[in-house]
Every structure is written in structure tokens, then in C-alpha cells.
Design a protein around this ligand. Structure first.
Ligand SMILES: *Cc1c(COP(=O)(O)O)cnc(C)c1O
Length: 481
């Protein structure tokens, strides 16, 4: 038979061999490679050109990719501390590869009974891990942004019904704008979600009592009182991204309960504080919320993309996200598929990586990961405090250390620029990776520890590299002055 231009069954063996060999090589090197090589950007840009008229086949295409992969960043390695970026546990890697292999469409039970069962079970296990009530509804999403979307869509439906309107059926026309309150810690993804939901970015009122952004509870009490029983939505942050601080969820829950408001908790990474008795108090009150979310691809260390949304009331998600079609089971049925509980239709079986990693390591394994990061963050904080040329800018309640380079003799007005330049050098250097932020008006570093691979020596490099590169810069500045 003539061989066409398209895929062939006999390519599979080569693909599996190539990927298997590459996986062994990549993972063996991951702990020690530079996070970012000097030729990363140029290497990425070498991929260009027109759509090939005739392709080169699977093995050659993969081989080309493997030969030219200098454009990658070792973001799943132990020295990537930018944003809040988890790694991939061995169990999660296996589960995720299986998801590609078996390619289930985890939209409904009829088409994917095993992975739907594993999604339902994973949600129960996660509720347990996070200290949330057993019976809550939930769904796996592509990440915390879409989990926030699910939680706040449930809130919007509840709010519409309180006004006698089925928002999903009839839209928002004729309704007042939905009152939304948050602290200064509110994550930009929550704000984006309010845009996506037709509530509007400008409709979130930030009630902060200080420059860090801490919740002004007196202002929240006043605002909720002024609504005089009209429904409102309050967003609390469990783990803010600059310093890992928490809104006082229990105190916020007192107010939302007293005034009948909806409480949504964004715990993209901070919800994992519940996995250790040392930090569980930080999420006190979370079980009193109406919707709670977390990310999977951060501290659970499953691959992209994965998040979780949990909602107390079972009557909200399916009316919000169900679809009706003659070839689908009715959305109101006893066991709605997961496509009826979230924004996606056809969906990847993320439950395979989530279930596998939870089965592999259990409660104790995740407690161990979280506590190792807590210890390492405290160690970094001590090293910052002991260094005469570093300044810590915030307490370290969890896994983020916010600090800046501050050599003696450099005046405050020059520090922002100096720290920005040190930040650029850190990235070019490639031994560790993290960016700068602005914390209380000052340019700062905020490395976040969430990768299970991260060791003590990796974390020690953070302050060592900043001091070394900072000293080099200030010396050059002195020589040029
Ligand atoms: C990372 C993060 C998000 C957004 O998560 P994605 O997975 O990138 O969509 C939302 N909230 C908080 C607090 C986060 O840290």
C-alpha cells in the first residue's frame, strides 16, 4: 500500500522510544540545569516559516523539536521561583501521560465512566485535604482563573435569584449592578472573571486598611449594612501573591453570614495551608464560605492545566453550566457530567493526574511537601535578615519571601532602579528564576516555593545570587560614577 502524507500506525513505536529516552534525559538533568540559558530567546525564535506542504513524519518532527529545545525554560525544576509555579510529581506525570494515552472526553459519565468517577472521588479527597465540608459540589478546571469563574458564576446565579431573575436564562438586563467587595489582596484573575461574567471590572470595591492591602473589616461592615439586606458578594484571599498573606477569613465570614452575603475564597495556592497543622489556622473559616477555589498546577504539583472549584450549594452549577441537546443526558439528571458543572464542553481527563498523585502520596505526602516549603521559606527569611545588604519587606506566613537588595550607602530613591536591574540580571544569569514585583510602593523580589523538587541548596542560591549580582552592579556603578 502506498504511504500517504498523514499519520501511520507504524510511527508509534518510534514516538514512544524518542519520548521515553528524552524523558529520562530531561528529568535526570532537571535538578541541575540552568533555569534559563543565555540563548533561550534566540532558540525559541528559530521556529518560524510557512506551513509545510508535505510533512516530515512524526519521528523527524519530534527529533527536530528535541534537537532545538534550548528555547525551553526549566520551570518544572527546583530553582524556578517565579509567579507561583509548581512542578510535576512522578505520580502526576504518569497520570497525565495516561490522560493523553487513553484520551477520554471527560464531559459526561456515559462517555468517560472511569475518569468521571475519579473526578468525583478526587473532589471528595480534595475537600477532605482542605478541611471543607464533605458534601460540597465541585469540578476540575483548567486553573484558578476558571475555578474563580465557576465560583463567581455560582455567586452571580445566587445573586440573580435573590432578585427574582434567572441570570443564565434571561441575562442581566434590568438588574442592578452586583455589589462585590474585596481587600487590596484580590487577585487580578478574580477581576478578570468579573469582566467575563458581565459584572464589570470596575464593580469590585477594594476595602483596604493599609498600603499592603489588608481587609478593612469596619468598612466591609458599613458597606454590607448599607445594602440593607440586598445580596452582595465578598471575595477573600487565602494567600496573596506578594507575600503570601491571608485575609482574616473567619472574621469576613462572620460579616457575610450576619448580612446574608456570598463569600468566595480564592485560595489558588494558600488553601494548601490547610494541609499542615502549622498553618491551618490561616484558613480558619474557609468551611463557612459559599465557594472556594484552588489550583492543581501550583502546590499539588500536577502538570498544566488544572484547578479546582468547590461550591456549597448543589443547585447552582448545573443550571449555570448545563446544556440541553437531544443526544445528551438531561442536565437536571441525578448524576450530571462534569461538562455541566463548568465552562468547558469536551474536556481533558485531569482527574487521572489528580487521583494518581493523591493516591501515591496521600495526606502525609502533601503535608510533607507543604512543611518543607514552610521550613525553606523561614530559612530564606533568616538568611535575608542576616545579610547586611538585604532587606525583608514582609512577614513570611507561608511560602513566599518578599525582600529587596539594599546595600549600605545607597539612598532610597535609587533602590527601585537598582532592584529592577538586579532582577534582570538574575534572569539572565539563569541559576535561579524569579521576577520583581512592587510591594507597598517598593520594587522587590518575591520568590515563591511550591515545587516538590526544591532543596535547601536551591533556596540558598536565591539570596546568594541576588547579593553577588547586586554587588557586581553597585561596583560597576561606583566605577562609572
Ligand atoms: C495563580 C493565581 C490565580 C490564577 O491562577 P491560574 O491557574 O493562572 O489561572 C488566581 N488567584 C491566585 C491567588 C493565584 O495565585
Amino acid at each position: 500500500m502506498e504511504r500517504g502524507a498523514g499519520p501511520h500506525r507504524d510511527e508509534v513505536a518510534d514516538v514512544l522510544r524518542l519520548i521515553g529516552e528524552e524523558a529520562e534525559r530531561y528529568l535526570a538533568a532537571l535538578d541541575d540545569v540552568a533555569v534559563r540559558g543565555p540563548d533561550t530567546d534566540p532558540a525559541a525564535e528559530t521556529f518560524d516559516g510557512e506551513l509545510p506542504e508535505v510533512g516530515i513524519g512524526a519521528a523527524k518532527a519530534l527529533d527536530e523539536l528535541l534537537q532545538r529545545q534550548a528555547g525551553l525554560i526549566a520551570s518544572s525544576g527546583p530553582r524556578f521561583f517565579g509567579w507561583v509555579t509548581g512542578g510535576v510529581t512522578p505520580a502526576a506525570l504518569g497520570g497525565d501521560w495516561l490522560a493523553t494515552l487513553v484520551d477520554q472526553n471527560n464531559a459526561d459519565w456515559a462517555g468517560a465512566p472511569l475518569t468521571s468517577q475519579l473526578e468525583a472521588l478526587s473532589i471528595r479527597w480534595l475537600l477532605d485535604l482542605f478541611g471543607l465540608p464533605k458534601g460540597w459540589d465541585g469540578v476540575l478546571t483548567t486553573g484558578a482563573t476558571m475555578a474563580n469563574y465557576v465560583g463567581l458564576a455560582a455567586a452571580r446565579r445566587w445573586w440573580g435569584l435573590r432578585h427574582g431573575v434567572d441570570v443564565e436564562e434571561d441575562g442581566l438586563a434590568g438588574l442592578p449592578s452586583m455589589p462585590v467587595f474585596a481587600s487590596g489582596y484580590v487577585h487580578p484573575s478574580d477581576v478578570k472573571v468579573l469582566a467575563m461574567l458581565g459584572v464589570g471590572r470596575a464593580n469590585v470595591r477594594r476595602l483596604a486598611r493599609d498600603a499592603a492591602g489588608r481587609f478593612d473589616l469596619d468598612a466591609l461592615r458599613r458597606e454590607l449594612r448599607a445594602l440593607d439586606g440586598a445580596p452582595a458578594v465578598v471575595i477573600a484571599s487565602a494567600g496573596e501573591v506578594n507575600a503570601g498573606d491571608f485575609d482574616p477569613i473567619d472574621a469576613v465570614a462572620d460579616l457575610t453570614q450576619e448580612h446574608g452575603a456570598w463569600l468566595h475564597v480564592d485560595g489558588a495556592f494558600g488553601l494548601f495551608a490547610a494541609a499542615s497543622p502549622r498553618t491551618r489556622h490561616l484558613v480558619d473559616g474557609v468551611a463557612r464560605a459559599d465557594s472556594v477555589i484552588a489550583d492543581g498546577h501550583k502546590w499539588l504539583n500536577v502538570p498544566y492545566d488544572c484547578g479546582f472549584a468547590f461550591v456549597r450549594d448543589h443547585e447552582l452549577l448545573t443550571p449555570a453550566f448545563g446544556i440541553a441537546a437531544a443526544y445528551l443526558p438531561p442536565p437536571g439528571g441525578p448524576r450530571p457530567g462534569f461538562a455541566f458543572k463548568g465552562p468547558e464542553g469536551s474536556r481533558r481527563a485531569r482527574s487521572l493526574s489528580v487521583w494518581t498523585t493523591l493516591r501515591a502520596y496521600g495526606r502525609a505526602g502533601y503535608r510533607e511537601i507543604v512543611e518543607r516549603h514552610l521550613d525553606l521559606a523561614q530559612r530564606l527569611a533568616r538568611r535575608v535578615d542576616q545579610a547586611p545588604d538585604l532587606e525583608r519587606l514582609a512577614d513570611v506566613p507561608l511560602n513566599i519571601v518578599c525582600f529587596r537588595y539594599r546595600p549600605p550607602g545607597v539612598t532610597e530613591d535609587r533602590l527601585d532602579d537598582l532592584n529592577r536591574r538586579v532582577g534582570e540580571l538574575v534572569k539572565e544569569d539563569g541559576r535561579v528564576y524569579f521576577g520583581t514585583t512592587v510591594y507597598q510602593g517598593r520594587v522587590a523580589f518575591r520568590p515563591a516555593l511550591v515545587n516538590w523538587r526544591t532543596r535547601r541548596e536551591d533556596v540558598d542560591l536565591i539570596s546568594d545570587v541576588v547579593r553577588e549580582l547586586g554587588a557586581r552592579l553597585t561596583q560597576e556603578d561606583g566605577a562609572n560614577a
